[in-house]
Design a protein around this ligand. Structure first.
Ligand code: GUN
Length: 301
């Protein structure tokens, strides 16, 4: 029986897999504290008050504290200048108690995100977004345990690995070409010896490409754009989307979270599928804690 999966269920339980990862990290961090008299520290930088960012930052902070990571919180006014933000990152780069730095995206439009991400010490790059880490991910043939890998795609890979299904040779279709998810996801699947197709908003005949996927990773950010009849029989479906929509429930308009995949229909064709919420989301956070712990170990061990 594989982790995060009931014997009869095709639902990939990201909550459960993430919990196991957090429990392992908690044990590891407590040993590190005893042996090295130090603890990993995560600097969490949020600029402004984008509602979704506040939700993510709160969840990341809570989980970090629970596993024994010290959180150094910097919540900045949205009018902060790029120079001021770069100065803060520079000072965090130099602080010994800061093992990992997370700058929550998006940043306000007057700040160049790439310039800020480039300014983070690659050894403290908790998100794995620095060009050096992006390059290492693309070059290394196998998964080096010390690598700082973008959290969402790595979480997706851990979920795929939990199924005990051979990935080698499978046709994986990733919808979305973002630096945060689509591109690193494709690199990770390539390392698993999948045949990888990256589709995106300009792809001609997206339904056809999707229907050829043994593994489908949807990371487009559009509610339920992937329809059930796009899914090949017994395909594995990983839904990265978290979209807030208004739906009529019991005669009332209510907020609901839905993925990029029309779950109720896709579930009929898929062999395994992630739910939203409770799929990829918890894995992203657990992988951030993993990266912070790796960064700490890379420095001190
Ligand atoms: N915004 C949306 N996802 C992410 C993420 O994984 N990391 C950061 N830093 N910002 C995000």
């Amino acid at each position: 029986m594989n982790i995060g999966q009931d014997s009869m269920s095709k639902i990939i339980d990201g909550k459960k897999i993430a919990q196991e990862l957090r429990e392992d990290l908690k044990k590891e961090i407590s040993k590190l504290k005893i042996n090295y008299k130090k603890e990993p520290g995560l600097a969490v930088v949020q600029v402004g008050n984008v509602a979704a960012s506040s939700v993510y930052v709160k969840a990341k902070t809570k989980s970090a504290i629970e596993v024994g990571i010290k959180v150094i919180d910097h919540h900045l006014d949205e009018k902060i200048t790029q120079k001021e933000l770069l100065n803060l990152v520079d000072s965090l780069n130099k602080q010994d108690n800061v093992s990992g730095i997370l700058v929550q995206l998006p940043l306000p439009v007057h700040i160049n995100e790439q310039v800020v991400l480039d300014s983070i010490d690659p050894n403290k790059d908790a998100d794995g977004f620095h060009p050096l880490n992006v390059g290492k991910l693309s070059i290394s043939a196998t998964n080096d345990e010390n690598l700082l890998i973008p959290c969402t795609p790595y979480g997706c890979l851990l979920m795929l690995n939990s199924l005990g299904v051979e990935l080698k040779g499978k046709h994986a279709v990733v919808i979305g070409r973002s630096n945060i998810v689509g591109k690193p996801m494709a690199q990770l699947l390539l390392k698993e010896s999948c045949t990888v197709t990256i589709a995106h908003s300009k792809t001609t005949d997206l339904p056809k490409i999707c229907s050829e996927a043994d593994i489908l990773v949807a990371a487009v950010g559009r509610p339920e754009i992937v329809k059930g009849n796009w899914i090949k029989k017994n395909a594995i479906v990983i839904d990265v989307g978290i979209n807030r929509v208004q739906r009529e429930i019991d005669g009332e308009q209510k907020n609901k979270l839905v993925g990029d995949v029309d779950y109720s229909e896709a579930e009929k064709n898929a062999s395994f599928i992630t739910p939203v919420p409770g799929g990829v989301g918890p894995m992203t956070i657990a992988c951030l804690l993993r990266n912070t712990t790796i960064a700490f170990k890379n420095k001190f061990i």
